[in-house]
Write a new protein. Structure first.
Length: 111
């Protein structure tokens, strides 16, 4: 991502080679790639494995929410609404409670 941001800063028109590369490099293209990945993973899910996947997902979701609530409360009490280093309490809670499905899909098969 760092290299891509440098490339885009120095040469913003570099990836504008045609309609296909422009679509993939845009925000909508990224959403389409993530959607295709999730559909492909979901199509391999059987009814038997759904219970395990639902259980894992629910446990991860609840634990992430509880962690975000607890750490957000502590952050708010320590630094207030303004926060520290220009990181507001809302930004802190949003960053902690973010859930990236693509990374989860990539690493779950290893475990």
């Amino acid at each position: 991502m760092f290299i891509a941001s440098i490339l885009y800063t120095l040469a913003p028109g570099l990836l504008k080679l045609g309609p296909m590369s422009e679509a993939i490099a845009s925000k909508e293209g990224l959403n389409a790639i993530i959607d295709i990945t999730l559909v492909a993973v979901g199509s391999q899910l059987t009814i038997k494995r759904f219970k395990l996947a639902f259980h894992r997902g629910l446990v991860l979701l609840i634990s992430k929410w509880l962690t975000a609530l607890i750490l957000g409360y502590v952050y708010f009490k320590l630094f207030g609404n303004i926060g520290i280093f220009s990181i507001s309490a809302l930004a802190f809670i949003s960053a902690i409670s973010n859930h990236n499905n693509s990374i989860f899909i990539g690493i779950i098969s290893d475990y």
